[in-house]
Every structure is written in structure tokens, then in C-alpha cells.
Design a protein around this ligand. Structure first.
Ligand code: ASP
Length: 341
């Protein structure tokens, strides 16, 4: 017996076919739908006050940030991975002596540059980091090699340096990293420890970082730093510690931090932001602000984060005087900010 079709089922049939077609294709799809790539970077929370920053200084910092944005975004525009984009952007900032990473890094109490860096891939949760390296020209590249070529996450000191050499990365003498401005900064700290106690904690901050979303919808993060100026030799900050200064997980967000590393370590800042999104249903902005303007402020920790989610929404809260930062998205135009809220 044939079943007579009602008018309603005749109306529903085309929609049902469309649904079956979409569901079938989704099942066969091997790659996620392409998304608009986004890159967000920072050049540290240790910004001079508005009155201290000269127009020339302002311009130079913005040019440095722009150069990094353009380098990272070129990778994303050509369909490259978020991991390649954050590595490219951070490498540019490491090479720029204005920022506290690579050349121009803050010096430890003995006048030596000891550098930390980490990368994390949000698609796989793989991560790599180096800490306390003194001769690796671009620590972010060494972090990346640790991730790709070893079963480990973090290599430190001479072992990290030997590994970088074996991986074919360029090494330099420690003098390469040291600038006159950093020497003067250290001298001021050593000469007047009591004056330093009266200065904002951000004197001596820096760090650079990047978070990116690529066309395939994958997130990545990278951070690199000379650490706190005047630190004890051997001190390692939050930047190379996964979950403190660096984090990326496609399920939630990518994070790079800057500020007083000891607070970021103890409060597991980067992972706390991701956890608030995962378990508390927070938006990227709510999660980032709760931690930087709530948890950290209550604890007395100064600093900032940049955070990006898989839909390209980002947040850059800071509880310091300002934050050197920049972003580039669908308009393809590099944007920078320092003190602006
Ligand atoms: N967070 C870095 C550290 O503690 C310093 C900084 O951001 O300036 O090593």
C-alpha cells in the first residue's frame, strides 16, 4: 500500500535533503572550515609612563610592533600555521633591541643575559621551551625545536644550549644581547636598591609574546624574555612555563603573559584563564579580565596577558601602566596601542 504524502511532509522533504547533504559533507570533511586569521602580539607590560615616553620612543616601539605583526600575518595570509606565525612574530621582536627578549634583553644581577622562551601548539597541546640560555640567538626557535625534535617540553642552561647547536641554530656570544640601555638600567637597580623598592614593579619588565589563529582554525602561542632586570642568576620566570606564561589549546584559547613572573607562576595564570573558559563558560574577555584585574591585583602581582580564542575574539587586559601591544585581523591593517585603555 502506498502511503499518501501530506502537504506538511512535502514541505519538509527538501529541508531534510539539505540537512542530510550538509551532515554527510561534515562527516567527510578532513579540514575545518577556513576562518579569518588573527594575530595578537605584546612587547611587555613594562611601559614607561605617558609623560616619560617621548614621541620618538612611541614611534619606535610602534614600528617594532608593526614589523612583528606584518611578519606574522604574512605567514597566516599565505595559509601558514599559527605556530609558524607566532614564531615569526616573536623572532622579529627578539631581534629588536627595544624589547626585553633576545637582543636588548634585561640583564641579571651579574650583567649577563639569561633568556627564557616557550611555544605551544593548540591543535596538539605539544609544547617546547628553553630557560636560562645565554648564547642562543633566537630562543623562540630553540623552544620550537625542543617541541619538534625531543620527547621533552623544557630544556635549561647548558643542556639547552648544546641542543640548540645540535639542531643547527645560530649561537652568539652573550655580548650580542647586551645593549647600553640595559647596562644603565641594571646599574640604576644595583646603585639604588631602596629607590627601586619605591619604583613601580614594572620597572625592569619586558617580555614579548604572540598568539595566533590560522585559516584552519588552530591556535598557537609563543613567549620570549630576558626576565626581570637585576634577577638572581639562574632565576627562571613564567614565560617558559607552560600554563603560567604560555598556553594554547584549540578548545579554549591561546595566552602569552608578561609581568612579575613569580605571581604568574604561583597563580598558573595562563591555564587559569583557559580553565575559566572551559569549566566556567566565560568569554575570552571575561576570563582574562577576571584573572588579570581580579586574581592578580588581589595578590599584588603586576602584569598583563594577551588571549585569543578560536573564533578570533581577543582580550589584552593589563593592571600595569600600559602594555605594548598590537593586533591584525581581517582588515589586514596592523593596529598598535601602548597606554590606551
Ligand atoms: N614575566 C617575565 C618574567 O618574570 C618578565 C616580564 O614579563 O617582563 O620573567
Amino acid at each position: 500500500m502506498r502511503c499518501p504524502r501530506s502537504g506538511r511532509s512535502r514541505l519538509l522533504l527538501p529541508w531534510l535533503l539539505v540537512l542530510l547533504f550538509v551532515a554527510g559533507n561534515a562527516g567527510c570533511r578532513t579540514r575545518p572550515i577556513a576562518v579569518e586569521p588573527v594575530l595578537v602580539i605584546h612587547g611587555g607590560a613594562g611601559v614607561p609612563s605617558k609623560s616619560e615616553l617621548t614621541p620618538e620612543g612611541d614611534r619606535a616601539y610602534r614600528e617594532g610592533l608593526t614589523e612583528a605583526l606584518v611578519a606574522g600575518h604574512a605567514v597566516l595570509r599565505q595559509g601558514g600555521s599559527s605556530l609558524d606565525a607566532v614564531t615569526a612574530a616573536v623572532r622579529v621582536l627578539e631581534d629588536n633591541p627595544l624589547f626585553n627578549a633576545g637582543r636588548g634583553a634585561a640583564l641579571n644581577r651579574d650583567g649577563v643575559a639569561e633568556l627564557d622562551s616557550a611555544v605551544m601548539d593548540g591543535a596538539t597541546l605539544k609544547a617546547g621551551a628553553v630557560a636560562g640560555v645565554r648564547t642562543v640567538r633566537n630562543p623562540v626557535d630553540a623552544a620550537r625545536k625542543v617541541m619538534e625534535r625531543t620527547p621533552h617540553v623544557l630544556l635549561a642552561g647548558s643542556g639547552a644550549e648544546a641542543f640548540a647547536v645540535s639542531a643547527g641554530l645560530p649561537v652568539v656570544s652573550n655580548a650580542y644581547f647586551i645593549t647600553e640601555a640595559r647596562r644603565r638600567q641594571l646599574q640604576e637597580i644595583l646603585d639604588a636598591p631602596s629607590r627601586r623598592a619605591a619604583l613601580p614593579a614594572s620597572v625592569g619588565f619586558g617580555t614579548v609574546g604572540a598568539v595566533a589563529l590560522d585559516r584552519s582554525g588552530h591556535l598557537a602561542a609563543a613567549t620570549s624574555t630576558g626576565g626581570l632586570a637585576g634577577k638572581l642568576p639562574g632565576r627562571i620566570g613564567d614565560s617558559p612555563l607552560i600554563g603560567s606564561g604560555t598556553w594554547a589549546d584549540d578548545a579554549t584559547c591561546a595566552v602569552s603573559s608578561t609581568g612579575q613572573g613569580e605571581f604568574f607562576i604561583r597563580y598558573a595564570v595562563a591555564h587559569d584563564i583557559a580553565a575559566r573558559m572551559a569549566h566556567g563558560g566565560r568569554s575570552v574577555d571575561a576570563a582574562a579580565r577576571e584573572v588579570v584585574l581580579g586574581t592578580l591585583v588581589k595578590a599584588g602581582g603586576e602584569g598583563a596577558v594577551i588571549v585569543l580564542d578560536r573564533r578570533g575574539r581577543f582580550s589584552m587586559p593589563y593592571n600595569s601602566e600600559g602594555l605594548f601591544r598590537g593586533w591584525i585581523g581581517s582588515d589586514g591593517i596592523p593596529h598598535t596601542a601602548i597606554h590606551e585603555r
